[in-house]
Ligand binder design. Structure first.
Ligand SMILES: O=C(O)C(=O)C[C@]1(C(=O)O)C=C[C@@H](O)C=C1
Length: 364
């Protein structure tokens, strides 16, 4: 390519950037107007709701449907995710608590869902995220709920039994683990590998093959593992890209998870009910009486009405020995007439039924 051609293309890019800049600013002014309208239409004593997950899902889906490339749909939606995040911050800066410390996959999930214009607050434990939301110190919380290799995150499920929370969104993240070392690590004398128990389990086969005799130490998070390794010469950590960047560690081995499709699903928790979008999921907790056929009775109404169950998990109820609760996710919104009918039928048979929330299916 000649210098001349390059120069001409850059002039074109400059002129396009000016248009993009003006359009983004116009969009941001529109969002400010939206905030004004929301405030003006409030009834006496009503609290304004600026964050609208159902509308955000609609905007992102529309972008993906209309995108003609060459940027891929996900890439384009990510750009719009950030624009929307900044527009929302003009209306109301959202505060979001997540399972920390900084650099965890949960933080990456929070950014994927809310964008980078939120004020994020790392918490030391899943239960603390729930408490922070319940106390009103933040608008939303982000917690992991299930991993495709290792299954349910029991701390999260148990926290739902203790707190009244509304699920208002979900996000899925592909989880890539790396073996990370610090500047001073003697890579031929590694005697300890730190990581979260779930991540150690997700890399079990790789560790058995490459470091069979090295001690595996479970710590509170992958980011905590990365933090420890920074100051030690004989240890390594298993963690992801964010933690590696944050603590200045290098990758001794990349993508060491046993399953290449290893993914984690995260939930956004808050106090806000989300209206239907037409493409939603609902999560419920049900406890049935301890009698033969109870689980069958619970599942039949879903089957009879053609409602797709996406997950069912059992946990001890914590209110009696050998009694259980079921965590169920299914496709649909609790305001859909069909779903309403199913929930009514179940509540007739159940000891207790709690709708944890209906929320748009993950778009990104
Ligand atoms: O449509 C709204 O209610 C807005 O506030 C605008 C907007 C946007 O930027 O598109 C911003 C924040 C909401 O969460 C959803 C959408």
């Amino acid at each position: 390519m000649s210098e001349q051609e390059l120069k001409a293309l850059r002039v074109r890019i400059d002129s396009l950037d000016e248009k993009v800049l003006e359009l983004i600013s116009e969009r941001a002014r529109c969002a400010q107007e939206v905030a004004r309208v929301k405030l003006a239409s409030l009834a006496e004593g009503e609290v304004p709701v600026f964050y609208r997950p159902e509308r955000e899902a609609q905007v992102l889906k529309r972008v993906m449907e209309r995108n003609k490339g060459p940027l891929g749909n996900e890439e384009m939606a990510r750009l719009f995710r950030e624009i929307m995040s900044s527009c929302l911050a003009l209306e109301q800066p959202l505060k979001v608590a997540y399972l920390g410390p900084e650099g965890t996959f949960t933080q990456a999930a929070a950014m994927k869902h809310f964008g980078h214009a939120v004020i994020s607050k790392p918490m030391a434990a899943i239960d603390e995220v729930f408490r922070e939301v319940a106390a009103g110190a933040v608008n939303f919380g982000v917690v992991p709920v299930e991993n495709s290799t290792e299954g349910a995150v029991n701390h999260t499920l148990d926290s739902f039994l203790e707190h009244d929370m509304v699920i208002c969104g979900e996000v899925e993240l592909r989880i890539h683990h790396h073996l990370l070392v610090g500047e001073n690590t003697k890579t031929d004398s590694i005697s300890r590998i730190y990581s979260h128990a779930q991540s150690l389990a997700q890399c079990r086969k790789w560790l058995d093959a490459h470091y069979p005799n090295v001690e595996r130490v479970a710590v509170s998070s992958n980011a905590e593992a990365a933090k420890r390794v920074k100051g030690e010469w004989n240890s390594a950590a298993i963690a992801g890209d964010m933690a590696a960047g944050l603590y200045g560690l290098t990758r001794l081995a990349e993508k060491i998870e046993d399953r290449p499709d290893n993914s984690t699903r995260f939930l956004m928790i808050g106090n806000q009910e989300v209206p239907p979008t037409g493409d939603d999921k609902t999560s419920i907790i049900v406890s049935m009486s301890n009698k033969p056929g109870a689980l069958h009775e619970l599942l039949v109404p879903f089957h009879d009405n053609g409602i797709d169950l996406t997950r069912i998990e059992t946990r001890p109820s914590r209110s009696g020995k050998w009694t259980y609760v079921f965590f169920i996710d299914f496709v649909g919104h609790h305001r859909d007439p069909l779903v309403k009918g199913v929930l009514e039928k179940i509540s007739q048979e159940a000891v207790a039924l709690k709708v944890l929330g209906s929320y748009p299916k993950a778009v990104l």
